[in-house]
Design a protein around this ligand. Structure first.
Ligand SMILES: *Cc1c(COP(=O)(O)O)cnc(C)c1O
Length: 327
């Protein structure tokens, strides 16, 4: 049996992060319910503080550190939703966060993280260079690394979404979860299965560079080439030295579905025009999988809408169906 995060860990995380994160709305979609013939509910983490669920895991991981470790500061190397989450959580918990970024990160992304109160360190020309600086801060300055997904505290924090779904929908039969490094999917699946709900939990990634799907198929963590995708928050590998999320996703997910770029665009468009929600590509994949007919709900279904941080110009381009290089 491999190491796993289990229901008691997730229940403890829920108590720990209560008051620091929003219990997001779980709203019925009339349009998707009518279309699919089953009750479909959207778990709207685009309404979470910082615009994505990542705040749950980051907050729990930071609260799991000792006072002493917290006072020496936190470090990570993400330009995206994880970076925002660590910056915000650190500030509200009274800790210092240093976010290491490569010199290639665009100025607007750097400013977005700086404005959340984090210290920014620009190093090198790649994500690997930024990560090496994080390792230096950990070894030489005693800071704590807050990992984006492969960490028991992070997984338990993301799993609190599964508890909120289970409490509101004890009759749920299908849960759709965006899947990248697998912290979100591992946590949600552990909560749903831990509560002994008879529900399938299905992970959804993009066809372009789905590292977890390829790793599960191969039976071991694999590197895949990272390519541009509308679901940019789902990019990146799972780590060849993956400790937790590979085994948890392999053992707990009932299936993994892959989507094309045009299917993801359709999900973003539906969220905006029909549901009235601004959702980023990664957050729209559950909706997109239903719309594409790649999953058939057999009863009450919960779709995790994981985030809403999308460049406004790109969003309006997609909603207005203007063809770009990506779509
Ligand atoms: C990080 C992220 C994901 C994927 O989460 P993992 O834990 O890496 O699988 C999905 N959606 C959004 C919006 C994210 O920021």
């Amino acid at each position: 049996m491999t190491a796993m995060v289990t229901l008691p860990d997730i229940e403890e995380a829920r108590r720990r992060i209560a008051g620091h994160v929003v219990s997001t709305p779980l709203l019925r979609s009339q349009a998707l319910s009518r279309q699919s013939g089953a009750p479909i509910f959207l778990k709207l983490e685009n309404h979470q503080k910082t615009g994505s669920f990542k705040l749950r895991g980051a907050t729990n991981a930071i609260l799991c550190l000792s006072e002493d470790a917290r006072s020496r500061g936190l470090a990570t190397a993400s330009t995206g939703n994880h970076g925002r989450a660590v910056a915000h959580a650190a500030r509200t918990l009274g800790a210092r966060a240093t976010i290491c970024l490569s010199g290639l990160v665009p100025a607007n992304k750097v400013e977005a993280i700086r404005s959340l109160g984090a210290e920014i360190r620009i190093v090198g020309r790649s994500q690997d260079d930024a990560m090496r600086e994080v390792e230096r801060l950990v070894s030489e300055e005693g800071m704590s690394f807050v990992p984006p997904f492969d960490d028991a505290g992070v997984i338990a924090g993301q799993g609190t979404i599964g508890l909120e779904i289970a409490d509101s929908m004890p009759d749920v039969t299908l849960v759709l979860v965006p899947l990248s490094g697998g912290g979100l999917a591992s946590g949600v699946a552990a909560a749903i299965k831990g509560r002994r709900l008879q529900a399938r939990v299905i992970g959804i990634s993009m066809e372009r560079g789905a590292a977890m799907a390829a790793s599960i198929a191969a039976g071991a963590p694999l590197d895949v080439q990272e390519v541009e995708t509308l679901a940019d928050s789902l990019g990146g590998g799972i780590g060849l030295d993956n400790r937790l999320t590979f085994a948890m996703c392999r053992d707990l997910l009932d299936n993994v579905i892959l989507l094309s770029e045009s299917e993801i665009a359709e999900g973003i468009r539906h969220a905006a025009l029909v549901e009235g929600e601004i959702v980023e590509g990664a957050g729209a994949v559950g909706i997109a999988a239903l719309l594409a007919g790649k999953i058939r709900p057999d009863g009450p279904t919960a779709i995790v809408v994981s985030g809403g941080n999308i460049d406004p110009a790109l969003h309006s381009q997609i909603v207005n169906d203007i063809k770009s290089g990506v779509a």
